[in-house]
Design a protein around this ligand. Structure first.
Ligand SMILES: Cc1cc2nc3c(=O)[nH]c(=O)nc-3n(C[C@H](O)[C@H](O)[C@H](O)COP(=O)(O)O)c2cc1C
Length: 319
């Protein structure tokens, strides 16, 4: 039994989000209320394969005790490098590997990875094959409907389903659409049909604009054949989105303190191995905890001026 077969018949996962869903933030979400399955941010296979990049790649692939089951998301375009990283993942504590074929970032696409793979089907097949033959872990793919046109899903998704993946996550937009148009929920029945016809054992996860458990339950009501629902930006509106709990301001503040403690512990851990855990990205999270109450905007502005977690704590204490 692989991890996908052990999940509930309807499962929620936290979307991989670069610069967001690292080992620290995943622990924050685990405390608020964990999804059935975590994903890491994406790791470049060629970075892992290089002497210079391996240290950073391994830092990205750190697994916390609260993470399992967790899937490592990886990207690249060198089949041999997929093989090398795939072979290492089980020992690092992962339950599966997921290949990113949806990232719209220009640098990633220029390097032939992410959504650019939609245009290189032979390479896609080679990378999946290399990953599969070098690990016993289940291999999955996260992608979009197509690169430029929605209709591309009619050939692109079958090609992926023919690879007998453990799970296929479809972000219901094209690369060209980025996140600028509403997700194409109207295509869910067609996508279910393709999965059922081509690879009925492949789990199907739907992603895009789904904010919380309540919205996911409504989708499952309409489309019970959808196995998984993946939530990304919903965590910014409510870090408790995998539960039905509506947090109080005091709970969010406690969670913020927990995040700061984890940040400090991670920074100390990385410093001891000669690396830095940057402070600036921490600012992206303030709005999650300090929002929607009188004075929250002013308090956030103050927090943005702080230069350390010690200063953040002092500002929160004085507020
Ligand atoms: C800040 C950010 C970083 C992201 N990084 C990744 C990534 O590393 N891998 C990936 O497959 N998707 C990535 N995505 C896309 C999300 O996984 C997800 O597909 C997208 O946000 C749509 O889902 P949502 O509407 O629930 O947020 C990222 C999205 C955001 C907002």
């Amino acid at each position: 039994m692989n991890v996908w077969q052990t999940l509930p018949s309807h499962f929620l996962s936290l979307a991989p989000m670069e610069g967001v869903t690292d080992v620290v933030f995943r622990q924050v979400i685990a405390k608020a209320g964990r999804p059935d399955l975590f994903f890491t941010e994406f790791t470049n296979v060629s970075s892992f394969a290089s002497e210079r990049g391996r240290h950073d790649a391994l830092a990205r692939l750190t697994v916390a005790p609260t993470d399992p089951p967790i899937i490592a998301q990886i990207w690249g375009k060198e089949p041999a490098h997929f093989a090398e990283l795939a072979a290492a993942l089980a020992e690092l504590g992962f339950s599966g590997l997921d290949i990113n074929m949806g990232c719209p970032d220009r640098h990633v696409n220029k390097a032939g990875g992410g959504a650019a793979m939609i245009k290189t089907p032979e390479l896609v097949i080679a990378c999946i094959k290399q990953a599969k033959t070098h690990t016993d872990l289940p291999v999955s793919v996260k992608t979009r409907l197509g690169f430029s046109f929605v209709e591309e899903y009619q050939t692109w998704l079958p090609l992926l389903l023919e690879q007998q993946l453990a799970n296929l996550t479809v972000h219901l937009r094209t690369r060209k659409e980025m996140s600028k148009v509403p997700a194409h929920f109207e295509l869910i029945p067609e996508i279910i049909k393709l999965r059922d016809q081509i690879s009925p054992n492949t789990k199907l996860t739907i992603n895009g604009d789904i904010k919380d458990r309540a919205q996911a339950e409504a989708i499952w009501q309409d489309y019970p054949a959808v196995d998984g629902i993946m939530i990304g930006r919903g965590v910014f509106t409510n870090p408790y989105c995998f539960t039905t709990h509506q947090p109080t301001q005091a709970e969010l503040l406690d969670l913020f303190h927990y995040h700061l403690d984890l940040y400090d512990a991670r920074a100390a851990e990385l410093a001891s191995s000669g690396s830095r855990y940057p402070y600036e990205p921490l600012k992206h999270f303030f709005k999650i905890y300090i929002n929607n109450f009188p004075g929250s905007k002013e308090l956030r502005a103050q927090l943005m001026e702080a230069k350390s977690t010690a200063e953040l704590r002092q500002i929160l204490k004085n507020s």
